[in-house]
Design a binder for this molecule. Structure first.
Ligand code: PMP
Length: 356
């Protein structure tokens, strides 16, 4: 039986992506070859890469606005250092919002390059909220934030308007909601949540901000080199890029980001309503900052843990134990998760209440 997969990533993808990926491993485009054995320079794969890059921009409403999309390797974590390498001037400074473990990972890397100002942090509250009311030094080379904090289940609802490049790690909520994406100058996201399997990272860059740091950048870390090579500077992750393209095509057919946002809102409402209604549970994140992608919650009485765990496992649910730094539970409801799976979890929570 197929599980209700609440994994935080790698995670659920649309069934049609699994089916088409499986077919492409056996016989890609009726070529008599597997996608795993073709050259990344073959006509068929160049077409995949080109379509994936343009579809990513189209779905975010960023086509013809001076942006380029890249599919790079190294995960979102490599972007933690590529961003300062490409944007922070020698002797310059960068501003970061510290809203979670991944944000603080990005801050750690930026510090290797120069002055890194943490404009606000919710670390003292174990990152259970998004810091607000901060100011960003006007002379920073860029501002970096994390739109969705996968571990803590918080999500930025508003972004500052600034007179400097804005960089956003959207690893865990890209393509999940409508935003004015043209507010951002760099958006990056590991594929392994809303876009595809692990192994590639989508990086969207506004070209005009590049080439200003004055640094000598090693080629593999230089966004300009990747753009010039049309995301083929070195061998890209052929299969993850293909599976990402299939997911983007699925999203377009569904009606794009606006359509999936409605579904995501409905799923989140269903689960958070139950967390708030059911006397056995409480949410872990500040209500106004709750993430629609990762809902974190706890049992009020840890004595019910074993019973609850037995019940959700019996219902075919997988992947909801919380991250060790928060404890409790984390239900990740990425784009591909059907609302029926959320209903199964809500039904188990109700059944626990009855059983106790
Ligand atoms: N940023 C966020 C918001 C994440 O959730 C993750 C991974 N879960 C990362 C960065 C790190 O991504 P990667 O493992 O692709 O380096």
């Amino acid at each position: 039986m197929k599980k209700h997969n609440y994994s935080a990533g790698p995670c659920i993808l649309p069934q049609e992506v699994f089916d088409k990926s499986a077919q492409a491993i056996l016989n890609f485009n009726d070529s008599g070859l597997s996608i795993l054995e073709i050259s990344h320079r073959s006509k068929d794969f160049v077409a995949v890469m080109d379509e994936a890059r343009s579809l990513a921009l189209e779905l975010l409403g960023l086509e013809d606005k001076g942006y380029k999309a890249l599919f790079l390797a190294g995960g979102a974590s490599l972007e933690f250092l590529m961003v300062p390498y490409n944007l922070m001037k020698e002797g310059g400074k960068a501003a970061y919002l510290d809203s979670g473990t991944w944000a603080s990972g990005a801050i750690k890397e930026a510090k290797f390059f120069g002055e890194t100002v943490v404009v606000a942090s919710s670390k003292e509250e174990n990152y259970n909220n998004i810091p607000k009311g901060y100011s960003v030094p006007a002379d920073a080379d860029y501002f970096h934030c994390t739109s969705n904090n996968t571990i803590f289940g918080t999500q930025m609802k508003e972004f500052p308007s600034l007179d400097m490049p804005i960089v956003c790690d959207m690893s865990s909520d890209i393509f999940s909601r409508v935003l004015d994406f043209s507010k951002f100058d760099i958006i990056y996201a590991g594929a392994q949540k809303n876009m595809g399997p692990a192994g590639t990272t989508l990086v969207i860059v506004k070209e005009e901000i590049l080439g200003k740091s004055g640094r000598i950048i090693p080629s593999i870390l230089d966004y300009e080199k990747h753009i010039k090579a049309e995301s083929m500077y070195n061998t890209p992750a052929v299969f993850p890029v293909y599976a990402s393209l299939l997911t983007l095509q699925w999203l377009k057919k569904l009606g794009g980001v606006a359509a999936v946002e409605k579904l995501n809102n409905a799923k989140a409402e269903l689960l958070y309503n139950e967390i708030d209604r059911n006397p056995l549970f409480k949410g872990a994140a500040a209500v106004e900052d709750r993430s629609n992608m990762n809902a974190t919650f706890l049992l009020n009485d840890a004595a019910h843990t074993e019973t609850f765990d037995t019940m959700w496992k019996a219902a075919g649910i997988s992947g909801i134990p919380g991250h060790r730094s928060v404890g409790g539970y984390r239900a990740s409801m990425y784009n591909a998760m059907p609302i029926e799976s959320v209903q199964v979890l809500v039904d188990v929570m109700k059944a626990l209440e009855k059983a106790i």
